[in-house]
Ligand binder design. Structure first.
Ligand code: PHE
Length: 360
């Protein structure tokens, strides 16, 4: 009995002082494991007289149970303590204010391009693209601009470098989006309805000109297309884009080598106190160049000119952005000045401003 009491207090003390699960497991093995002290004592029961066994048996069983339940209780206590510890240390204040982040904004050119695409999409036009580095053929020849044509000089073209002994005509940075007309017709043929927004380049720099700027080309080729369709399309566009019901456009006879007849298009407007109002007043402002696609251009694009004809136009995207959002200097568009970008930029979810009355 003495011995059992000694075992009991030895293990119960040790259990109560154990600091982790590993030491508890070591204690379990040492006490009640197969070769543990209590288990060894139990084996000795066989050698005892029945009377001795009657006392020692239950006492050993009781000791074993007691140690086992002490081990279990300590295990639970240890894991409770571990959990409390984590709760203390990994505590997170979900009500704390977030770290502020600067939100970016959409450049007015991106915004206006999206607006243009949305309006023309609702008129059944899709978007076509072409390269910014063009060859002489697509930028000029195929558009009926012969090498000696004065339009080549007018465009202030940037020419790419050619090796000295390479006598091919140099490539150019495209001076307009019109080469996409040819590329699109070559690939897809007629009929078609496309717009082609993109970057174009001319050596020019002042308040309203930058060496790189943005245009979009529109082209519609089908049977029975006339200047009337052109005018209606442009009016619908202006009505939607400027969000003004009473739009008035004026066609002024002009000349482009790739259209015949050609017209520059003015929009009725007023400037009162330096403020532009579209659709009213006695002023006219030029907004684009247009015309019926020249048969030579259709031919270069592989279109059957007995069957098809159509219109094309080209408009400055930057200029549209300046007019619609009252931005005075074009050069600032490309300065990457963050203060300017934050002021004129658009939130990414600002939807293109579509005029309700657009007819389909
Ligand atoms: N490409 C012409 C320009 O850049 C615009 C234009 C396009 C005119 C299509 C007529 C038809 O000035």
């Amino acid at each position: 009995m003495e011995a059992l009491n000694a075992l009991k207090s030895k293990y119960l003390n040790a259990v109560s002082e154990a600091v982790d699960e590993t030491s508890l497991e070591d204690l379990r093995v040492a006490a009640v494991g197969k070769k543990g002290e209590v288990s060894l004592k139990m084996r000795e029961l066989g050698k005892m007289s029945p009377e001795e066994r009657k006392i020692a048996g239950p006492a050993l069983n009781a000791l074993k149970d007691e140690i086992n339940s002490a081990l279990l209780a300590k295990k639970v206590a240890l894991s409770d303590a571990a959990l409390n510890d984590r709760l203390q240390n990994e505590w997170l204040d979900v009500s704390m204010a977030g770290r502020p982040r600067r939100r970016g904004s959409l450049h007015p050119i991106s915004q206006v391009t999206e607006e243009i695409i949305a309006i023309f999409a609702s008129l059944g036009f899709s978007v076509a693209e072409g390269p910014q580095i063009e060859n002489d053929y697509y930028n000029f020849d195929a558009l009926n601009i012969a090498p000696e044509h004065p339009a080549r000089q007018e465009h202030d073209t940037f020419y790419m470098y050619r090796n000295e002994n390479d006598d091919r005509a140099p490539n150019v940075l495209r001076t307009h989006t019109s080469p996409v007309q040819i590329r699109h017709l070559e690939e897809n043929g007629a009929p078609c309805r496309i717009i082609c927004p993109g970057r174009v380049y001319r050596a020019d720099y002042d308040q309203t000109h930058t060496p790189m700027f943005h245009q979009y080309e529109g082209m519609c080729i089908d049977e029975n297309i006339s200047m009337a369709n052109l005018k209606w399309t442009l009016e619908e566009f202006c009505r939607a884009f400027f969000n003004v019901d009473d739009i008035e456009l004026r066609f002024r006879a002009s000349h482009f080598p790739f259209t015949e007849p050609s017209a520059e298009v003015d929009i009725r407007c007023s400037w009162v106190g330096g403020q532009l109002k579209i659709g009213e007043g006695d002023d006219w402002m030029e907004i684009l160049g247009s015309g019926m696609v020249h048969p030579k251009v259709l031919h270069a694009g592989g279109v059957d000119i007995e069957k098809y004809q159509g219109f094309a136009f080209g408009m400055g995207i930057d200029r549209l952005a300046m007019l619609k959002y009252g931005i005075p200097d074009l050069r600032a568009f490309f300065d990457s000045d963050l203060r300017w970008l934050r002021h004129y930029g658009f939130a990414s979810l600002d939807m293109p401003n579509l005029h309700d009355g657009i007819s389909r």
